[in-house]
Design a protein around this ligand. Structure first.
Ligand SMILES: NC(=O)CC[C@H](N)C(=O)O
Length: 632
């Protein structure tokens, strides 16, 4: 990915089902859980680097003992930072009290972070700022154990403002507008309600208040709380939560937009945003890590019982395809295959752009996420070349000599590592032209591998704004003097904003949008732009369910190729000598390659929740009115 998009978040929930001593005996450490959490989080660091947080719960402690620990950071290396803090704190205790090492129960009662239930989070914000207050997990404290709630999520709701207002209507006074607080308070409200009802039952059964507490924990119906809390949620989410007494859950939205995977055996239950993270941390095979179904929650009760419950009926799975294209680590067995397939499926268009001249073409990629699709593209190019060789041999069967055959077989697909990502260069000079020169050097190139008659084919996983392509990559490639630069996107054109957890909420930033706008200007069809605005404006107060995505009409007059060609024009600065072409995957091929992740709203405008249409509507109004704001 050459464009930096802040996106995603990662969650990790771990429940140790056995007493801590078990892990000490079997794995040699009472810190087993903390170490595994470190791995689960570090191996998801791709999902969030603005902040990281960790919370743990000790079960069955005596009144007066601390049982919830939490640490959060928004420092440069947030995961490292929180584990450094945890480590220092634990070391302090153990240095002062070496006897804890011998007694796990004592250690648990005295040393922070040592517990049975853990929740970790890595964050890229999609709402609000990057202050430490916005870093998950969020904590809602209470003197009743089961009313304590800790929440972290990979999510974005399209209707946070309405959710916030409905809390106010309930008589609440939320102390922040952070979306996570809003969601947490919703759960908290119904938790309180549930506890109230259960207490009434206990009272009717003749239990004292003290006796009622553990019974309430046991009977707490987490699925019911989630069902009631999520009634008005419109968005993509994998919400994770812990209750003070030890119950925990992860709940996935009814379209399965955000991912969640889990694994369970008799020692642990674990949930994470990506499958291979669980595979590698606990050394379990692919098949044993399950995907949480859309609209379902995994609920882990304090007694260790794990259940998968339907919370909201699924509206049809529309899992985010961007997870497959770019966000998730490519070490997932399926994702790896899918990315290769994306590279393979885009090749016919590439061949067209280079007039089938593979002999005078060098294939390369933008590091690192496009590497896998590059392998797929090259394998397909090799197949193409082999076919050509076959045909040639069959046609010239009579005249072939050993020498000509040898020569023929020596022809290969030329692949090179051309683009190199350099360390972030600080733009210390603010004067425009010097700054542009520095920006150009964000990528560097390998010299000496391109001939002047060559096509240089370079694949990227996707093109969002195109800024780095324009300001750096294409300029640097041009220094190698190729005849033509073909930029290939393994994903289709990004035309619409995201509102489900990727921070891509403004239309005017998208290069496909800029291209369509330029085409309207060029062809004098700006009345369509005005028309789309008028229609958008007219439905500003329409209920979400009835809002129509009129932004489609903005793109409708143009073919995909016309937009691609215009993008190429926009990305080619005056100084660039080579011919520049840009190629995008088709949406059909995307679905072919990633058949289980059909969520494609950023490419097609088909939003899987009603709130999506409101967001795209608002995004267009924002663009037209020059309002530089997120559309949710
Ligand atoms: N990327 C995400 O999932 C972000 C989570 C949440 N919306 C936040 O901004 O904190």
């Amino acid at each position: 990915m050459s464009d930096a998009i802040k996106h995603e978040c990662g969650i990790a929930l771990l429940r140790l089902k056995k007493p801590l001593d078990f892990y000490k005996q079997k794995y040699g450490s009472a810190f087993y859980g903390i170490q595994k959490m470190y791995l689960l989080m570090e191996k998801q660091h791709n999902r969030g680097q603005d902040g990281a947080g960790f919370a743990s719960i000790k079960m069955d402690v005596k009144p007066g003992q601390r049982y919830i620990s939490r640490v959060r950071s928004n420092q440069q290396q947030p995961i490292q930072d929180i584990f450094k803090q945890i480590n220092e704190r634990i070391s302090e205790e153990l240095t002062a009290h070496p006897e804890y090492n011998e007694d796990t129960a004592l250690m648990k009662s005295q040393v922070p972070y040592v517990g049975e239930v853990y929740l970790g989070h890595v964050r890229y914000g999609t709402f609000g700022k990057n202050s430490i207050e916005s870093v998950h997990p969020f904590l809602r404290q209470n003197n009743w154990m089961h009313r304590n709630l800790i929440v972290a999520g990979n999510f974005n709701m399209t209707n946070v403002k309405e959710l916030f207002e409905s809390l106010v209507e309930l008589g609440q006074h939320p102390k922040e507008l952070a979306d996570t607080v809003t969601v947490m308070e919703k759960i908290g409200h119904f938790l309180d309600d549930e506890v109230g009802e259960l207490y009434q039952d206990c009272k009717n059964e003749g239990l004292s208040k003290e006796e009622a507490s553990p019974v309430i924990s046991e009977r707490l119906d987490v699925a019911r709380i989630l069902r009631r809390a999520s009634k008005q949620w419109d968005g993509g989410y994998a919400m994770a939560g812990l209750f003070g007494h030890g119950d925990s859950f992860v709940f996935r939205d009814p379209a399965g937009i955000r991912p969640a995977y889990y694994y369970e055996d008799d020692e642990i239950a674990v949930v994470a945003s990506e499958r291979p993270v669980i595979q590698t941390t606990f050394n379990v095979p692919f098949e044993e890590v399950k995907e949480l179904e859309p609209g379902h929650a995994i609920i882990i009760k304090k007694d260790g019982e794990v259940s998968i419950r339907e919370i909201i009926p699924s509206v049809g799975k529309k899992a985010c395809s961007f997870e497959r294209i770019y966000f998730s680590r490519g070490s997932d067995a399926e994702i790896y295959k899918e990315r290769k397939e994306l590279g393979k499926l885009v090749l016919p268009q590439v061949l067209k752009a280079i007039d089938n001249d593979t002999d005078n073409s060098v294939f390369s990629y933008i590091p690192n996420t496009a590497e896998t699709s590059f392998f797929g593209m090259v394998e397909a190019a090799q197949d193409f070349l082999n076919d050509r060789k076959n045909n040639h041999i069959l046609e010239n069967r009579e005249t072939l000599t050993e020498e000509t055959l040898k020569e023929l077989l020596s022809v290969k697909i030329r692949t090179e590592k051309v683009a190199i990502k350099d360390a972030k260069l600080r733009t210390f000079i603010t004067e425009d032209s010097s700054r542009d020169d520095l920006v150009a050097h964000v990528y560097d190139v390998t010299y000496g591998v391109i001939k002047p008659e060559d096509n240089l084919v370079i694949i990227d996983d996707s093109i969002v704004r195109g800024t780095t392509l324009k300001m750096s990559i294409i300029k640097m490639m041009d220094r190698l003097n190729p005849k033509r630069i073909v930029v290939v996107s393994s994903a289709p054109q990004i035309r619409y904003p995201d509102c489900y957890g990727i921070d891509m909420a403004k239309l005017e930033g998208l290069v496909a949008f800029q291209a369509a706008l330029a085409l309207h200007k060029e062809r004098g069809t700006e009345d369509i732009v005005d028309e789309v605005y008028k229609k958008s404006k007219a439905q500003e107060n329409t209920p979400d369910i009835d809002v129509v995505n009129y932004v489609r009409e903005f793109y409708a007059p143009f073919t995909d190729e016309e937009i691609s060609d215009k993008i190429a024009e926009l990305l080619k600065t005056e100084d660039v000598k080579a011919d520049v072409k840009v190629i995008f995957q088709s949406v059909d091929n995307l679905h072919k390659a990633c058949p289980d992740n059909l969520g494609d709203w950023y490419f097609t405008g088909d939003y899987p929740t009603p709130g999506g249409n409101r967001v795209v509507n608002r995004a267009f109004i924002n663009f037209y009115e020059g309002n530089d704001a997120r559309a949710y």
